[in-house]
Write a protein that binds this ligand. Structure first.
Ligand SMILES: Cc1cc2nc3c(=O)[nH]c(=O)nc-3n(C[C@H](O)[C@H](O)[C@H](O)COP(=O)(O)O)c2cc1C
Ligand code: SF4
Length: 419
């Protein structure tokens, strides 16, 4: 395995999650350094780092924080998205399990940078007994050591951290649905603008940065090495740092791998995952979670950064990469995905509520061998009609795979239908 280890630096150490282990490796020194800087200086380093949000959209973190800083309304909030609902994604829970203090240090640095004194970590209830139990223990350790609470490290900074649990709805990972849920209402995405970073759009209508767990866990490294050096860890301009790739499918060694941002899918497969399993030939790659457009084996040399994949009409998303072999019929795979999207649509928008359910019914019909060629065309057409018409991106995230599976693997669909 190659490449620098930033987020996984401690993962092989005994009790990697303990405060002692973290401090033995230099933990919380970045916080001490950050507290001697001006908040705007920290944001400037984050801008230079070219860190892009690891939750899915790849929005530049420094830019988001500058939006919040420009607002004059107080209080301001930093809300952590630890919901990790995108199918195939299993990397935030590993950070919380193995290096909760790295995440907490990044969180407190972030709070200082945007002048927030009260932060919430929103997480699905399923993680309460595992990853979040570790985090809650780490919060107590950090509080006792003076890294959380009043007058942190004698700097005058006060920050309180609360863990909050949802009931495990995919839509509550969408940032505005998350805020609704956090405020005690049903997790319905909000119309934007106003965006969360702006007054009127955030938590309790206050300016709010919503950030993913992995995004924040990078802050100690950015403060320690500086934004420019962090940026150079990425292989593609404007895509800084390393990234945690959650790899599954028919590979020899599935798992969570830290690799330079922008590594090609071929290098990730061969150099980190040991290649495809015995007897498996690569057929398809899901590059960034279930919502991303699928790739063919011939496209495996594409870089995995946000901009390259956007230009190729798919997305880097949450870093969940699934390698599929020749045993998979892509119509069946899509039918499986569509059950999920139809079940998780919150139902506010007609194209999403009716569209995902309709796609799911049509795909079930095709997979059951009762479909016709026209049904395949209809799946494509319905998916196109769902795009860019809804309150949140769930509908686009269902349409993108639907279109691309048919465009790239039409033969798998035709093999199942009449006519
Ligand atoms: C349907 C849907 C589900 C999402 N689920 C998650 C999630 O589980 N975790 C996450 O960090 N972001 C998720 N996002 C992205 C968030 O809306 C938001 O972009 C992200 O939390 C921002 O943090 P970042 O800038 O650090 O990536 C989801 C988006 C959509 C549309
Ligand atoms: S696109 Fe779907 S999930 Fe998003 S708000 Fe509309 S109905 Fe709800």
């Amino acid at each position: 395995m190659t490449g620098p280890k930033i987020l996984t630096a401690d993962w092989d150490k005994p009790q990697s999650w303990s405060l002692d282990t973290y401090r033995a490796g230099g933990g919380y020194q970045a916080l001490a350094k950050a507290l001697k800087m001006q908040p705007q200086q920290i944001v400037d380093e984050v801008v230079k780092s070219n860190l892009r949000g690891r939750g899915g959209a790849g929005f530049p973190t420094g830019m988001k924080w500058n939006f919040v800083r420009k607002e004059t309304s107080f209080p301001k909030y930093l809300v952590v998205n630890a919901d990790e609902g995108e199918p195939g994604t299993f990397k935030d829970r590993e950070i919380l399990l193995r290096s909760p203090h790295m995440f907490l240090e990044g969180l407190i640095i972030g709070c200082y940078a945007i002048e927030c004194h009260l932060t919430y970590v929103y997480c699905r209830g399923e993680f309460r007994e595992s990853a979040m139990a570790r985090l809650e223990k780490a919060i107590e350790e950090a509080r006792a050591a003076g890294y959380i609470g009043k007058n942190i490290l004698g700097s005058g900074l006060d920050v309180e951290v609360h863990a909050v649990y949802g009931a495990g709805a995919y839509i509550c990972g969408e940032e505005t649905a998350l805020l609704e849920s956090l405020e005690g209402r049903k997790g319905y995405p909000r119309l934007k603008p106003p965006f969360p970073a702006n007054a009127g759009g955030g938590l309790f209508k206050q300016p709010t940065a919503v950030n993913n767990v992995e995004t924040l866990a990078n802050m100690p490294a950015i403060v320690t090495m500086g934004g420019d050096e962090f940026s150079r860890l990425g292989l593609v301009p404007k895509n800084g740092g390393t990234r945690l790739y959650a790899v599954s499918g028919h590979v020899k060694k599935p798992g969570v791998y830290e690799a330079p941002m922008g590594i090609s899918f071929k290098a990730l497969l061969d150099e980190y995952c040991g290649g495809m399993r015995q007897g498996s030939t690569l057929k398809a790659i899901i590059p960034g979670g279930a919502s991303s457009a699928v790739m063919t084996a011939a496209e495996a040399d594409w870089a995995s950064d946000f901009d390259t994949l956007k230009a190729k009409k798919t997305m880097a998303g949450s870093g969940a990469v699934v390698y599929l072999d020749q045993s998979v019929n892509m119509a069946q795979a899509l039918a499986n995905l569509m059950h999920f999207f139809a079940h998780e649509s919150c139902g506010q928008c007609t194209p999403c509520r009716e569209g995902t359910a309709w796609l799911s019914r049509l795909l079930d019909k095709i997979v059951a061998g009762k479909g016709e060629k026209q049904d395949v065309d209809n799946v494509h057409q319905i998916a196109r009609q769902m795009e860019m018409k809804t309150i949140c991106a769930l509908a686009d995230g269902a349409a993108m795979p639907a279109k691309s599976y048919i465009e790239k693997f039409r033969a798998d669909f035709d093999a199942l239908v009449r006519g």
